[in-house]
Write a protein that binds this ligand. Structure first.
Ligand code: XMP
Length: 486
């Protein structure tokens, strides 16, 4: 038997020691970071690839706030690729290839298409994709029942103001304002529709929010894949749909089949940005980096809904796991970012994870109560709550099986659920409103943390951070105590 002469520490075991600081305001610090070798984020936060945390809505909000969402993989390849495309279409000055419909289509078809794509209007085009009209929900809502065809209710082309592809955001704003419009189709010289600008997009671009965008102004999005040759097809479809990042998501990432998968993805898609994990050791991080990963995800069992450590006895307390992975990479000269995945309960935990060497944190449970997380809130004991579940929980396994079931398989077919050995639980978390509000608190705490550490950047924090181990009395003293919370 071998027992490591190293104490495994996690966030609550330590505090950061304050340092002399020249920072006068939280605004004086820069919290931007590298997510991978090539992708940079304005804030160091990812939403987790869990089916109760990140689908397209969460990914859009995360990227708009300067972070990034990783779409979970427990859906068909087509569904996941469609979700990627949805995020990529959500922002930019111009939506490329907007949804269109033919003038001969029925109003019911137009309504269905709008519902399907969750949009408020469609551009009506002819066979050559030339602008014929515009139909919005308002047109349909007010249309007399006798009218059946799109052509009968749409605003015809000669009443539509359009713009050329070279239009700038200032010009688009002026046109939209002058004509009191919400939508401005973009049409090329031949009259073909190439895009759509909405008043909301113009405002967003002008606000210069620290959104995470690609070179074309579209939001960044990540998507998870599993291992196995079938998953290569998933990777290909996701990249084709515009995914900026592939996250190879395996519970025990330090495994031969995971290392082989990283190599295969790297070989097949040389320019893809690949995150690989999860690991909790220096060797694990090194092996995945050597196989070709652009960032390493660290965390075996720290998550809010994880029971891996209880079920298997394996894991490394998260702060030590982060430090070991970062050090292991540095010693091997493989300086790629580390993502601290799991166990973040507060902004203080995030500051500690970053100070320990992580470049980014991934958050699940804390975001599962957000409006943008999949699922609706329900009332429990008078409180609004949402459901969160571990991806290795029994509920997630049942959900996956239901999604995979073909029509041929009988609904009554008995499943052997007793054979599942879950490594995660299902739970409820308080409803927390929009994720932007939580990010505001988290990033506010981080900025304040940097000022206590006298660090202007995350790199400086990592260079100078000094942790102090605390006792259970220290933990008690650290929270509010001996008062009755209101
Ligand atoms: P938090 O603490 O932010 O952690 O909720 C999110 C991370 O937890 C991991 N995860 C799991 N780990 N069993 C586990 O052992 C599970 O069922 C499970 N589901 C998610 C995952 O790394 C996620 O990002």
């Amino acid at each position: 038997m071998f027992v490591r002469q190293q104490k495994g520490l996690t966030f609550d075991d330590v505090l950061l020691v304050p340092r002399r600081s020249s920072i006068r305001s939280r605004g004086d610090v820069d919290v931007s970071t590298w997510l991978t070798r090539q992708l940079r984020l304005a804030i160091p936060v990812l939403s987790a690839n869990m089916d109760t945390v990140t689908e397209w809505r969460m990914a859009v909000s995360m990227a708009r706030s300067g972070g990034l969402g990783v779409l979970h993989r427990f859906m068909t390849v087509e569904q996941q690729a469609r979700q990627v495309a949805r995020v990529k279409r959500a922002q930019g000055l111009m939506v490329e290839n907007p949804y269109t419909i033919a003038a001969q289509a029925t109003i019911a078809q137009a309504e269905k298409l709008m519902d399907q794509h969750d949009v408020g209007g469609l551009i009506v085009v002819d066979e050559q994709n030339r602008l014929v009209g515009l139909i919005t929900r308002r047109d349909i809502l007010l249309a007399p029942e006798a009218l059946q065809q799109v052509a009968q209710v749409m605003t015809p082309a000669d009443h539509i103001v359009s713009a050329a592809p070279s239009v700038t955001s200032a010009e688009a704003r002026a046109i939209l304002y002058e004509h009191r419009l919400e939508k401005l189709p973009v049409v090329d010289r031949e009259g073909a529709v190439v895009g759509l600008i909405t008043s909301r997009d113009v405002v967003r671009v002008e606000q210069h929010l620290p959104a995470s965008t690609d070179s074309r102004g579209r939001l960044l999005v990540g998507a998870a894949i599993g291992v196995g040759s079938a998953e290569l097809a998933r990777a290909e479809a996701l990249l084709e749909a515009g995914a900026d990042l592939l996250v190879l998501d395996i519970a025990h990432g330090h495994a031969d089949h995971c290392i082989d998968m990283v190599k295969m993805v790297r070989q097949n898609f040389p320019s893809a940005q690949i995150v690989a994990g999860n690991v909790a050791t220096a060797e694990g991080a090194r092996d995945l980096a050597e196989a070709g990963a652009d960032a390493i995800k660290v965390g075996i069992g720290p998550g809010s809904i994880c029971t891996t450590r209880i079920v298997t006895g394996f894991g490394v307390p998260q702060l030590t796991a982060i430090q070991d992975a970062v050090q292991g990479l540095q010693e091997a000269g493989l300086t790629i970012p580390v993502i601290a995945d799991g166990g973040i309960k507060t902004s203080g935990d995030m500051v500690k994870a970053l100070a320990a060497g992580a470049s980014v944190v991934m958050i699940g449970g804390l975001f599962a109560g957000c409006e943008e997380a999949p699922g609706s809130p329900v009332l429990r004991d008078g409180q609004k709550v949402k459901v969160v579940r571990g991806m290795a929980s029994l509920g997630a396994a049942i959900g996956r099986r239901a999604a995979e079931k073909t029509d041929d398989e009988s609904a009554e077919e008995q499943e052997d659920w007793d054979k599942v050995v879950p490594e995660g639980v299902e739970a409820v978390v308080p409803y927390r409103g929009e994720v932007a509000e939580i990010l505001h608190q988290l990033v506010g705490g981080l900025r304040s943390g940097l000022s206590y550490g006298g660090a202007h950047t995350l790199e400086e924090l990592q260079r100078t951070a000094e942790f102090i181990e605390i006792t259970s009395a220290g933990v008690r003293e650290s929270g509010s105590h001996d008062v009755r919370r209101i």
